[in-house]
Design a binder for this molecule. Structure first.
Ligand SMILES: NC(=O)c1ccc[n+]([C@@H]2O[C@H](COP(=O)([O-])OP(=O)(O)OC[C@H]3O[C@@H](n4cnc5c(N)ncnc54)[C@H](O)[C@@H]3O)[C@@H](O)[C@H]2O)c1
Length: 298
């Protein structure tokens, strides 16, 4: 069924693939961002989500001029997808990154649930697993990385995402709304598969991403499945593709390149070290864009 979705950060790297995926599934999308998304059928409202007043307003407005036709005011919103953020360290000062991400996520979730919107999906991150932006060579605690991991980032960006998961959990508990946090892996756009031969040739270079990734279009599928799946309350989902970014089977690869990290369960032959078992089993995710389809075999 077609849903009315407010999408934040739709003009960014991930959003510009996820928004078209949602439109293709028949949903209506309204983009809140600091810069426009040039995509037919999607209006961008220039909104600074670190400002609560702007956020409440934006979530209670018409999506576009067509909204005026009914004469009944803005129609209800079915879901909010919150992707807007400072997306890593070293773009803004650390304190600004932390404050912007924590404040905008608080504002979006609070406004959504107080306006009666019952589904919120937020972008969390692989960085919560603590290695991506760590000082020095830090080891993961255990493989595969699953949603019950004791997340422990030391950087301001990863920390902001851990706080955002707690904010999501608090508002889900307070209101009974469904709030799903996606621990998104390294986002790969269609034109970026030419980077994979270098990934495969230099395994240490991908340790910080746990040798995992998410195709931007498959991320669209995950968001769509989250929009469709009701009644789960607060959830964390890893949002990654199925397989490791290496040619060697995962168990042997990890023994060689992550020898200090124990493996706590059986692994699929090429299973990604960030496990996507939960989205496959709970949401019915089926990846469409395995990197091997786009990279000539060496
Ligand atoms: N790119 C990745 O590999 C990756 C990995 C894990 C998680 N994530 C998360 O996924 C989400 C999307 O990432 P991306 O790579 O598309 O980032 P991006 O920077 O390309 O896009 C983010 C968008 O948010 C907007 N934005 C920033 N601050 C805003 C504010 N205060 N108000 C309104 N809009 C604001 C920006 O203008 C931009 O268009 C982010 O939450 C990011 O932290 C990204």
């Amino acid at each position: 069924m077609s849903k009315r979705i407010v999408f934040t950060g739709g003009s960014g790297k991930a959003g510009r693939h996820v928004v078209p995926y949602l439109l293709d599934k028949g949903h209506e999308v309204f983009n809140l961002d600091l810069v426009p998304l040039n995509h037919p059928g999607v209006n961008t409202l220039i909104t600074d989500l670190t400002d609560s007043g702007q956020t409440f307003n934006a979530l209670s407005m018409h999506f576009d001029f067509k909204g005026l036709e009914t004469g009944k005011g803005p129609a209800p919103v079915d879901a909010v997808v919150h992707f807007a953020a400072v997306p890593r360290i070293l773009i803004r000062p650390d304190n600004t990154t932390f404050q912007a991400n924590v404040a905008s996520t608080y504002n979006v979730i609070e406004a959504a649930v107080k306006l009666g919107i019952r589904k919120v999906i937020i972008a969390s991150s692989e960085t919560t697993y603590g290695v991506c932006f760590a000082e020095g060579d830090k080891d993961f605690h255990t493989f595969p990385l699953e949603e019950d991991y004791d997340v422990d980032p030391m950087d301001s960006y990863g920390l902001s995402k851990v706080v955002n998961e707690k904010t999501a959990r608090a508002f889900a508990m307070r209101t009974g709304a469904d709030i799903y946090a996606l621990r998104i892996g390294n986002v790969i756009e269609p034109h970026e598969y030419d980077r994979f031969p270098a990934f495969v040739a230099d395994p240490p270079s991908r340790k910080r991403n746990a040798w995992s990734y998410i195709d931007a279009r498959d991320l669209g599928q995950i968001v769509h499945l989250c929009v469709e799946k009701d009644g789960l309350g607060y959830q964390v989902f890893n949002a990654v593709n199925d397989t490791i970014t290496a040619n060697e089977p995962t168990r042997d690869f990890l023994k060689r390149w992550a020898p200090n990290t124990p493996v706590h369960r059986e692994l699929g032959e090429y299973e990604a070290p960030i496990a996507n078992k939960k989205i496959r089993e709970v949401l019915g995710f089926k990846e469409e864009h395995n990197w091997r389809n786009y990279v000539p075999k060496t």
